[in-house]
Design a protein around this ligand. Structure first.
Ligand code: 2BA
Length: 116
């Protein structure tokens, strides 16, 4: 068995969860927030038998679109330039857009699963 953890944009959540539930996949959704954009997204926890992992991944891939999002004005990137010695804590203001998604997916082995 595997635990699929998928971070999904809110606009894709309804379609994806309906599709998964229709095919008999059990899903838990958690409200989450992206560390970079500081915008809401949704984290799916999906426990599935190994044989269904590829099917679930295909549904996630089909259901989640990449989108261009504008970064908020307060977004900063850490100073990683070794020649910029102004301060280790210097932050470089970052504005523009980033591509978000389709989905960010982690697949973890499950040691034991029980349901009472
Ligand atoms: P956010 O952290 O809000 O990131 C939104 C998008 O901003 C990312 O899209 C990426 O294109 C960009 N981005 C994120 N961190 C960046 C950084 N340090 N420098 C420059 N650009 C950066 P995605 O990669 O598709 O990620 C969408 C969401 O998935 C993320 O929202 C976060 O909630 C989650 N995520 C992505 N990678 C993750 C990871 N390795 N661990 C945990 N969560 C992750």
């Amino acid at each position: 068995m595997k635990m699929i953890i998928a971070i999904v944009q809110n606009s894709d959540v309804h379609r994806l969860s309906e599709g998964l539930v229709k095919t008999g996949v059990r899903v838990t959704k958690l409200a989450s927030t992206g560390g970079f954009l500081r915008a809401g997204n949704t984290t799916f926890m999906i426990g599935v038998e190994d044989a269904r992992v590829e099917d679930v991944l295909a549904q996630i891939k089909k259901g989640c679109q990449p989108r261009e999002e504008y970064t908020p004005p307060f977004t900063t990137l850490e100073n990683t330039d070794p020649f910029n010695t102004a301060s280790d804590e210097t932050a470089i203001p970052y504005s523009g857009s980033v591509q978000v998604g389709g989905a960010t997916v982690f697949i973890l082995p499950i040691e034991r699963f029980v349901r009472y």
